[in-house]
Design a protein around this ligand. Structure first.
Ligand SMILES: [Fe+2]
Length: 194
């Protein structure tokens, strides 16, 4: 497992570097308001203990196409408390049908409910910290510099506490959004087994 995560991390870092080098000109989404959670971006990029990915990202991150996930279950739980980019994917800045890759920012005090998807997922933690729960088990804290892996179809949830969290996210394998399912309901937001 650790070897697979390390290989995935290296591959993801290479994809990020290639995407940033290939498309240095900022792309913004015209006419859409800036996501509220983006206010945490600059402080996160200056956070002590940030990973080596923070420096290349800092040069381009403010101009990337940050957006909040569209209306739906995730917005019910996380509305105003998260935003993301997708740099690599089937129709993105760098085109790939086998991998999706972007950045994901979660504000403090947020709950990303338990969910599943067919894609294998890697989170490369760039700055801040968060807690992950797998298969409904106790939450464990992860910090900048770590790689967190979810296997295909493995239920997982994320919480943030006092700190915000900035990550690169990677989907590999079955990268269709069709398989994405949220398993938790709104009441789960009040529960915390840790
Ligand atoms: Fe996920």
């Amino acid at each position: 497992m650790a070897g697979a995560a390390a290989r995935g991390s290296l591959r993801a870092a290479g994809e990020l570097q290639a995407a940033l080098l290939e498309h240095p000109v900022p792309v913004t989404r015209d006419g859409e308001p800036e996501p509220k959670a983006l206010a945490y971006l600059q402080p996160l990029l200056q956070t002590p203990g940030r990973s080596a990915l923070a420096a290349p990202l800092a040069a381009v991150a403010p101009g990337l196409n940050w957006f909040e996930p569209p209306p739906g279950e995730l917005k019910q739980h996380m509305g105003g408390r998260n935003c993301m980019t997708q740099l690599v994917g089937p129709a993105d800045r760098s085109t790939s049908r086998g991998i999706r890759f972007g950045t994901f920012l979660i504000a403090p005090g947020a709950y990303y409910p338990r969910h599943v998807h067919g894609a294998e997922e890697l989170y490369l933690l760039i700055a801040g910290s968060g807690r992950w729960s797998y298969d409904g088990n106790t939450y464990e804290t992860h910090n900048a510099g770590e790689v967190v892996r979810s296997a295909s179809w493995q239920p997982h949830a994320i919480r943030t506490d006092d700190e915000a969290l900035l990550m690169a996210w990677v989907w590999m394998g079955d990268i269709s959004f069709d398989s994405y399912r949220m398993e938790a309901d709104l009441d789960d937001a009040k529960e915390d087994p840790s």
